[in-house]
Design a binder for this molecule. Structure first.
Ligand code: FPP
Length: 274
C-alpha cells in the first residue's frame, strides 16, 4: 500500500504533483540516464568529481522514491563502457563512490526488501568493486520487493552482442534451432532477462540522446528529458516525469480505437509497425 505521506509531506509542492498522479497506472519499470554531474560541478567551480559525489544523494532519493512508489524495477545508468575514456582520477572516484554507496546502503536495501542486480560486463571491473557488488547481490538475493538494477560497464550494443553470442553457442551445441530464435529467446539472453521492459526512460540535463542504453528494451518506452542536472534530481522531478508519462497515449504501433470487426487487419498482429 503506497503511503503518500512517506513520499511527500502534505501541503508541499511535490505533494501536489504526487496527488495529481494516478497511482493505479504507475510505470512498472523506470530507467534513468543520470547526466549533468560535470556541469553541476562546473557551475560551482568545483572539480567534476564533486558532481558525482553530489549525485549520490540523488541516487539515494531516487531509489527511495521508486521503492515507496512500489515500482517493480528501477535501472540507473552508472557507468558505460565508453566512460573508461574519462581521466583516471574520475574513473577511480566513480568506482570508490560505488563501493562506499554499497557498503553504506546495504542495510537500507535489506530493510526495504530491495533486490540489487547489476547489468553490464562485470568481468571488466576491478576485483574490489566486483567483491563489493557480489556481497550486495548475495545479501539481497532473497528480497522480493523492487529490483534495483545498476548498469555498470554497460553498453546496449555489447549486451546485444553478448546475447547473440550466447544464442549462437546454443545453436552450435544443438540446444537451440535457428528457427526457434524469436524475440522472447533474445530477451532471455539479455542482462535484464526476467524484468519487464522500462515503461519510462528519464534523462537528466536536457541532452536528447540514448547513449547506447538498453537499446533493445526501450523499443516502446516513453522518454522524459528534464533540464534538471542529476545532482539536483529529487522526488519532485521523479513525480513530474511520471505525470508526463501518464499524459502519453501508449499505442505500441497500433491505434487506440479497435477497427470495426468486419474490416480485416492488413498485417498480422505480431508485426508491430512504428
Ligand atoms: C554523468 O554525468 C554521470 C555519470 C557518468 C556517472 C553517474 C554516477 C553516479 C552518480 C554514481 C553512481 C553510483 C551508484 C551507487 C549508482 P557527466 O559526468 O557526464 O556530466 P556532464 O555531461 O555534465 O559532464
Amino acid at each position: 500500500m503506497i503511503d503518500k505521506d512517506l513520499l511527500a509531506a502534505p501541503g508541499t509542492p511535490e505533494r501536489s504533483i504526487l496527488d495529481g498522479l494516478d497511482l493505479a497506472r504507475l510505470p512498472r519499470h523506470v530507467a534513468v540516464i543520470m547526466d549533468g554531474n560535470g556541469r553541476w560541478a562546473q557551475q560551482r567551480r568545483l572539480p567534476r568529481v564533486e558532481g558525482h559525489r553530489s549525485g549520490i544523494h540523488s541516487v539515494r532519493a531516487t531509489v527511495e522514491t521508486a521503492a515507496r512508489l512500489e515500482l517493480e524495477a528501477l535501472t540507473l545508468y552508472a557507468f558505460s563502457t565508453e566512460n573508461w575514456k574519462r581521466p583516471r582520477l574520475e574513473v577511480a572516484t566513480l568506482m570508490a563512490l560505488l563501493k562506499e554507496w554499497l557498503a553504506r546502503e546495504l542495510q537500507t536495501l535489506l530493510a526495504n526488501d530491495i533486490r540489487l542486480r547489476v547489468v553490464g560486463r562485470l568481468d571488466g571491473l576491478e576485483p574490489s568493486v566486483v567483491r563489493e557488488l557480489q556481497k550486495g547481490l548475495d545479501a539481497t538475493a532473497r528480497c522480493r520487493g523492487m529490483v534495483f538494477n545498476i548498469a555498470l560497464n554497460y553498453s546496449g550494443r555489447a549486451e546485444l552482442t553478448d546475447a547473440m553470442r550466447a544464442l549462437a553457442e546454443d545453436v552450435a551445441s544443438g540446444k537451440l534451432s535457428p528457427a526457434a530464435i524469436d524475440e522472447a529467446a533474445v530477451a532471455r539472453k539479455l542482462y535484464t532477462a526476467g524484468l519487464p521492459d522500462p515503461d519510462l526512460l528519464i534523462r537528466t540535463s536536457g541532452e536528447m540522446r540514448i547513449s547506447n542504453f538498453l537499446l533493445w528494451q526501450i523499443a516502446y518506452s516513453e522518454i522524459h528529458v528534464t533540464p534538471v542536472l542529476w545532482p539536483d534530481f529529487r522526488a519532485r522531478h521523479f513525480f513530474e516525469a511520471i505525470a508526463d508519462f501518464q499524459k502519453r497515449e501508449r499505442r505500441y504501433g497500433g491505434v487506440l480505437e479497435p477497427e470495426p470487426a468486419e474490416a480485416p487487419a492488413l498485417a498480422p498482429p505480431a508485426a508491430a509497425s512504428r
